[in-house]
Design a protein around this ligand. Structure first.
Ligand code: NAP
Length: 307
């Protein structure tokens, strides 16, 4: 029986572990499929305070893990395949273990949707990005494309014009899904161009390990063209990793866990932190902050439930 089980190993999970471990709760952290979370697939991180020269995403996550381990966090590789949160103690199941927990902190994050190309996967962190706030700065004076037609794509395209000389939005239809106000802002921006009814079929150059251009297909006339680009921002939405909690925890229409009074969910003893409950800020530092809050909330919950 564990006092606290933390699900997920991004900034929220590791920070929750640091705080819970330092409160002598000897937390167990279940690492999930992508150890280190979304930052483990980025390169330079320049906006995490404390690193004036920047730090590589995997190095930052490694340091967080070591810090959590130093105070007595136990790490369990693997992912939670099933959860029963209907009664206390809560039951979590990985492929080969059943874990009982007095409290649970869900930090399972969100995954950026990708278009699904092999070249996209290989060039993530090398010119392909899913986060303009994180990586826009590296594209000063460059020409880049943004894929998508929703609010995220408009927001990213507009933000990226602070750095890039030209941003081309590639959208698969001839109408945007984005809200009117976001569309108007993007249409008014002289640095943003649109290519309609078009999908990206390949990204060059995997061998060179940087982005040099993309192969486009016009869905109306099937015409295939090469398009020069220094970077590709994929902005086709995110999906919170909450499938196993469906029907057990209150979520919004998009599957993000609803929290109140800090990091509490509708289930006493179950807390949520980081991108799994935040589709607005989605930053490593805001996730870390909410991980800290969740550990303190769990500590208080355990204190009260034991007296
Ligand atoms: P979204 O609204 O689901 O839009 C995703 C866009 O990506 C759509 O235009 C979609 O095309 C396109 N897309 C999806 N899969 C694709 C694929 N495989 N290949 C090419 N294109 C693909 O996602 P979002 O923009 O991330 O927004 C999510 C939610 O957050 C929305 O409710 C949004 O309003 C909100 N949000 C708000 C703000 C803001 O207000 N500041 C900012 C960001 C997000 P189709 O249009 O053809 O389906």
């Amino acid at each position: 029986m564990r006092n606290v089980v933390i699900i997920g190993s991004g900034p929220a999970g590791y920070t929750a572990a640091i705080y819970a471990a330092r409160a002598n709760l000897n937390p167990l952290l279940i690492e999930g499929l992508q150890i280190g979370g979304q930052l483990s697939i980025t390169t330079d991180v320049e906006n995490f305070p404390g690193f004036p020269e920047g730090i590589m995403g995997p190095a930052l996550m490694d340091a967080m893990k070591k810090q959590a381990g130093r105070f007595g966090t136990d790490f369990l590789p693997g992912f939670v395949a099933k959860a029963d949160l209907s009664q206390r103690p809560f039951h979590l199941y990985t492929d080969d273990e059943e874990i009982q927990a007095k409290s649970v902190i869900i930090c399972s994050g969100a995954s950026a949707r990708l278009i699904g190309l092999e070249s996209e996967k290989r060039l993530i962190g090398y010119g392909v990005s899913t986060c303009a706030t994180c990586d826009g700065y590296f594209f000063r004076g460059k020409e880049i494309i943004v894929i998508g037609g929703g609010d995220s794509a408009m927001e990213e395209a507009t933000f990226l014009t602070k750095f890039a000389n030209k941003v081309t939005v590639i959208h698969r239809r001839d109408k945007l899904r984005a809200s009117k106000i976001m569309q108007d802002k993007a249409f008014r921006n002289p640095k943003i161009d649109f290519v309609w009814d078009t999908v990206v079929e390949d990204i060059y150059d995997v061998e060179a390990k940087n982005v040099q251009g993309v192969k486009l297909r016009n869905l109306k006339n099937d015409e295939v063209t090469d398009f020069k680009s220094d970077g590709v921002f994929v902005a086709i939405g995110h999906e919170p990793n909450t499938g196993i909690f469906q029907g057990q925890i209150e979520m919004d229409a998009n599957g993000y866990i609803l929290t109140h009074d800090g990091t509490k969910t509708n289930i006493p003893g179950v807390f949520a932190a980081g991108d799994v409950q935040d589709h607005v800020y989605r930053q490593a530092i805001s996730a870390a902050g909410s991980g800290c809050m969740a550990a303190m909330d769990a500590e208080r919950f355990l204190e009260h439930s034991e007296h």
